[in-house]
Design a protein around this ligand. Structure first.
Ligand code: F6P
Length: 526
């Protein structure tokens, strides 16, 4: 079937997307409305035959059976022998979910209640600043969520320290009052070197200021013993199980900073949004199923058309960290060249994901998107309504820009149109030269997800939508989206280089480049 997809790519290579709109019903045929959002993928080369092949691929990969296995709690993370049940964290009014014969829901809901009790206590108390110390999945979700839900933020200020670069924590703590600051140490494993280093620095900072650390630390982790050894008492540890992957964990304890920012009720609305998307994913037919459609468009562009990257372009400034969040979600999940059974992947692995909010990106990298030689499929996100009622004209301009970009990418500008633009200003060869610089090839695919307003529930729907999209793409590619062996080697080598950069071990067994870098560092690091 992959060969069929490639054949379609060859078939449509010279076709203009714009011409597909000669069919008046194209926009409706290649879009789906569900859960208060419209996903429009009509500005792509997908036609009925491409769609048939994509749906056939999904069926042949048993997407529906794998989906049901995931929700059921089967151990679909085969390389680690784990279930994949972040969906249980938002199963607010759902039934029992069993792992190894035991219902996990009482524990999940109990932890949620405990989180809420603490969050409300902090929100009502004297703490003015909450510092979440975590990295990767223990950082990107809450930082993205807190920024996204700024209009609902009525709790203490939230800061996020992730980088082992001391600049991160130093810059953060400079603005904090030690008497009124608390720390959340967020780490699934409670062993991550960046997080442990920053957590120890936070402890030292409090000690240095003469403030007791009692009641100032909370841990979010699967490693309750590790948190205890760090000095955080069990009643201030919020645990979660190994069936919640780091990059899928913002729905549970890892979301505590978000809950402190927006309150328990708004956080539950976020969970409800995620749960609504779960139900849609489980119930909707493949051709009307939002996560499946996003995945099929992704597969078409990456493995079909051969476009290696995709840009995520939120025309919603508060989603400024969504691209970074999706980089981990998508690239750590599907950036793998080995299939579940250990064989080499038959096709290209998941895409390179990148992006920035519009309209800022327009004044930075859109030049390449419009006129560069590489085609970058673009995924636009935009809200029908902003929150700033007194600034409606801003929102209208924002939306006009978003729609204009997808139109421009598709239409482009012909040489004749470019000549008309410069006629009168130039003549002869110079006119020709100037016109050529103003040609836009067009025919560049994009999709648009438009939703009502970026509130907690919609954010939950959007994040769950992308999670399930990653799942479906992973199933079709035949990989395990839930392990991340590719991060190990760098960690091991960094550990080995630790004593080398302190001058306590020799770099003699390293390659010439690494030796040279170490030598420069040691000479310049006073
Ligand atoms: O290095 C990758 C990774 O393991 C991610 O998968 C994870 O989100 C991040 O590190 C942080 O891990 P932890 O929450 O265990 O500190």
């Amino acid at each position: 079937m992959w060969i069929d997809l490639k054949n379609h790519a060859t078939r449509v290579a010279d076709r203009r997307i714009e011409e597909l709109f000669a069919d008046d019903s194209r926009a409706q045929t290649y879009s789906t409305t569900a859960l208060g959002m419209l996903f429009d993928y009509s500005k792509t080369q997908i036609d009925a035959d491409v769609m048939d092949t994509l749906i056939a691929l999904a069926k042949a990969s048993e997407v529906e059976a794998r989906r049901d296995a995931m929700f059921r709690g089967d151990k679909i993370n085969e390389t680690e022998g784990r279930a994949v049940l972040h969906t249980a964290l938002r199963n607010l009014d759902g039934g029992a979910i069993e792992v190894d014969g035991a219902d996990v829901m009482p524990e999940v809901l109990g932890t949620l209640d405990r989180m809420e009790a603490l969050a409300e206590e902090i929100r009502a108390g004297d703490i003015t600043d909450v510092v979440n110390i975590g990295i990767g999945g223990s950082d990107l979700g809450p930082v993205m969520g807190v920024l996204a839900l700024a209009p609902y933020h009525d709790g203490p200020r939230c800061h996020f320290v992730s980088n082992v670069d001391g600049a991160d924590i130093a810059d953060t703590l400079r603005g904090c009052d030690p008497e009124k600051t608390m720390f959340i140490v967020a780490s699934k494993t409670f062993t991550t070197i960046e997080t442990m280093t920053n957590a120890r620095t936070a402890k030292a900072w409090l000690a240095d200021k003469g403030v007791s650390e009692e009641g100032r630390f909370v841990a979010l982790s699967s490693n309750v013993d590790g948190a205890g050894a760090f000095g955080i008492p069990a009643e201030r540890v919020f645990g979660f199980e190994d069936w919640v992957g780091g990059r899928y964990s913002m729905w549970g304890p890892i979301g505590l900073s978000m809950m402190i920012a927006i309150g328990g009720a708004a956080f539950r609305a976020f969970l409800r949004g995620g749960q609504a998307m779960d139900r849609h994913f489980q119930a909707a037919e493949l051709h009307e199923n939002l996560p499946v459609l996003l995945a099929l468009v992704g597969i078409w562009h990456n493995q079909g058309m051969g476009y290696a990257s995709r840009a995520v372009l939120p025309y919603d400034n508060r989603l400024m960290r969504l691209p970074a969040y999706l980089q981990q979600l998508e690239m750590e999940s599907n950036g793998k060249g080995v299939a579940m059974d250990g064989s080499d992947l038959a096709v290209q692995s998941g895409p390179i994901v990148w992006g920035e909010p519009g309209t800022n990106g327009q004044h930075a990298f859109y030049q390449l998107i419009h006129q560069g030689t590489a085609v970058v499929p673009c995924e636009f996100l935009v809200a029908a309504q902003g929150h700033e009622q007194d600034l409606k004209h801003h929102h209208q301009l924002l939306v006009a820009n978003c729609f204009a970009q997808s139109e421009a990418l598709m239409r482009g500008r012909t040489l004749d149109e470019a000549r008309a633009k410069v006629a009168g200003k130039f003549e002869g060869d110079e006119l020709e030269r100037q016109a050529r610089h103003r040609v836009f090839p067009g025919n560049r695919p994009s999709t648009t997800l438009i939703y009502d307003q970026l509130d907690p529930e919609i954010l939950g729907k959007i994040i769950a939508l992308y999670e399930h999209r990653v799942f479906v793409e992973g199933v079709i590619l035949g990989i395990n989206s839930y392990d991340q062996w590719g991060v190990e080697l760098g960690k091991e080598l960094a550990t080995a280089l630790g004593p080398v950069v302190t001058g306590d071990a020799s770099a003699a067994d390293k390659d010439g480049s690494t030796q040279q870098l170490v030598s420069f560092f040691l000479r310049h690091n006073a």
